[in-house]
Design a protein around this ligand. Structure first.
Ligand SMILES: *Cc1c(COP(=O)(O)O)cnc(C)c1O
Length: 429
């Protein structure tokens, strides 16, 4: 595999862009080697600047659930472009997409469009604070909610201690209002709630976290959080930027039957264009400006081109529920094949899998929270990543990411991935 052009582009990029990339994981730091610069994508394939072809399992970190460059979405974008690219004024299409989302995700009664998942979670926390009049919130270790200051907090020394900033530039003042709990541990939440009685505005979490690798909720965990929030008057926020419209048309909340007070959305919602959104119960969302006093605004929010792409995507998913069955089948076939090779070759592994998301961890211990995720052999993962890449399979360049499948994966392509997986495992053994 030649990557000469990608290599020289990366060298040049580093002169003008910090680390050569516009988002850190793209730099391949976690797996070694140089990043590949992409020229185009179509269906299940991406093509790099050296004209290598890859089957890829990232799908732009989720949005491309129908595969890349889908003709329907492309057409919607081109058609919308003919009427101008931005107005900064309300449009009919914004009502259409808002109404559709409230139908697909019933816990969302009112919704506000923004431009990224980061904006969605930052705004949701502000609204939860404005609504409850409380300052603190609980987040789970290893969950990612974008790069807003108050979310960049690492594990503190004990469950009840204040968080410490995870990045320079996040102040201690900001960090002190973020309380941390391990995922899948209801007792830790009870302890935090008891130690911060009547001070907690919200609990925010990825109901099915995908940003420490994929991890699944234990039985009755999400229900348990719902009960605590009801009892304590805490706003329960499901960050479904990743899981929304992916695990089901109504997201993880539909699949697990647990209803949050607020939901944040992103990724699939924009059909590949930059869109995020936050919504929830009417009584909470009525606090958002100009209906209420909590300020939040956006020059390009509800952008007509982005709304055209998002609306087309969501309309398709809403009217084709069989898409999710298809994705489940694709996921099962792939995971079965991959697991067979891993077992046959005697590797220590754990695969966490749900629908069209999965992660392979090189550990034989259960992975159920951030600490157990960190048990896995990341240097072996780096070798596995490179071995797969060499064979034309582009995985997420980090152990601590989920993979995302699309309906563009045919049986033939699944067989190719399974074969590349077996060869790669033999190479790294
Ligand atoms: C990707 C992601 C975000 C951040 O979204 P951006 O559009 O990258 O700002 C927030 N929460 C979750 C769960 C995500 O996966």
């Amino acid at each position: 595999m030649h990557i000469t052009r990608s290599k020289s582009l990366f060298e040049k990029a580093k002169n003008f862009i910090p680390g050569g990339v516009n988002s850190p994981v793209r730099a391949f730091r976690a797996v070694g080697g140089d990043p590949i610069f992409i020229k185009k994508a179509d269906g299940a394939f991406i093509y790099d600047e050296d004209d290598n072809e890859f089957i890829e399992l990232i799908n732009s970190w989720g949005p491309m659930i129908l595969g890349h460059n889908h003709p329907m979405i492309k057409e919607a974008v081109i058609k919308a472009m003919e009427n101008g690219t931005s107005f900064g004024a309300p449009t009919a299409r914004e009502i259409e997409i808002a109404e559709l989302i409230t139908n697909m995700v019933p816990s969302v009664e009112k919704i506000r469009m923004v431009n990224s998942g980061t904006e969605a979670t930052m705004s949701a926390i502000r609204v939860a604070r404005g609504f409850t009049g409380k300052d603190k919130f609980i987040k789970m270790e290893g969950h990612y909610h974008g790069h807003g200051d108050s979310f960049l907090i690492s594990a503190g020394s004990g469950a009840i201690t204040m968080g410490a900033p995870d990045s320079p530039g996040v102040t201690k003042g900001t960090a002190k209002d973020t309380l941390l709990a391990p995922y899948n541990d209801l007792q830790a939440i009870e302890n935090l709630v008891a130690a911060n009685k009547n001070e907690i505005a919200a609990i925010i979490l990825e109901p099915v976290p995908g940003n420490m690798g994929l991890v699944l909720p234990k039985e009755r965990y999400l229900e348990g959080l719902r009960k605590i929030c009801d009892r304590e008057g805490i706003v329960l926020i499901f960050d479904e930027v990743m899981t929304g419209f992916r695990l089901a048309k109504g997201g993880a909340q539909e699949l697990f039957g647990v209803t949050p007070d607020m939901t944040t959305l992103g990724k699939i919602i924009g059909g590949g264009l930059p869109v995020g959104a936050y919504g929830g119960k009417k009584e909470i969302m009525e606090h958002v400006s100009p209906a209420g006093p909590v300020y939040q605004a956006g020059t390009l929010s509800g952008n007509p081109i982005a709304m055209a792409a998002g609306l087309t995507m969501l309309q398709y998913l809403n009217s084709h529920p069989e898409t999710y069955l298809e994705l489940n089948q694709i996921g099962s076939k792939l995971i079965t094949g991959i697991s067979n090779s891993l077992s046959k070759l005697g590797l220590k592994y754990t695969i966490n899998h749900i629908g069209s998301m999965y992660s392979l961890f090189f550990t034989d211990k259960e992975v159920f929270d951030f600490t157990s995720a960190k048990n896995s052999d990341t240097s072996l993962f780096g070798k596995y990543f490179q071995a797969m890449l060499k064979r034309g399979i582009y995985l997420a360049p980090s152990q601590f990411e989920s993979l995302f499948l699309s309906i563009a994966l045919t049986d033939d392509l699944i067989a190719k991935i399974i074969q590349a997986n077996e060869e790669s495992l033999k190479e790294i053994l």
